[in-house]
Design a protein around this ligand. Structure first.
Ligand SMILES: [Fe+2]
Length: 135
């Protein structure tokens, strides 16, 4: 069974963002699988880099629409993104420097952060986006 499974309860009612969220789920699952099956640090390294890069791309997509439509809650939302990017970038660096390894605690942190952010912070923009013609 996959570590993280996307379902309609996680839908933010914007197709593009649902797709991007599913891609993030896939990347976290790849990381979990790679760790569970004892893949090399080179393999883990590659997935971690991809996860960090894709997270930034995804956040940028959301933030572009917040700016375009002057989403009222954008400051709080963007600050959650910024804080998360800092955490995963720090982790990426420490992993690459060999200071820490990938652990189930880190995977659980990614999992919990993402689900909470989608269910609370992202879902809060659904109606606003739909009203602005973004579905
Ligand atoms: Fe978000």
């Amino acid at each position: 069974m996959a570590f993280l499974t996307w379902n309609l309860n996680y839908s933010v009612k914007v197709k593009n963002f649902d797709n991007q969220h599913q891609r993030l789920f896939d990347l976290i699952n790849s990381l979990h699988d790679a760790m569970s099956t004892g893949k090399s640090n080179t393999v883990l390294d590659k997935i971690i880099s991809e996860l960090v890069l894709y997270t930034k791309t995804h956040f940028r997509s959301e933030e572009e629409l917040f700016a375009k439509f002057s989403y009222p809650d954008r400051l709080k939302h963007v600050s959650e993104h910024t804080e998360f990017v800092k955490k995963i970038s720090d982790f990426e660096k420490e992993f690459k420097d060999g200071k820490i390894g990938l652990s189930i605690e880190i995977l659980n942190f990614l999992n919990k952060w993402l689900l909470k952010h989608i269910k609370q912070t992202d879902k809060a923009y659904s109606e606003f986006m739909n009203k602005n013609g973004i579905n």
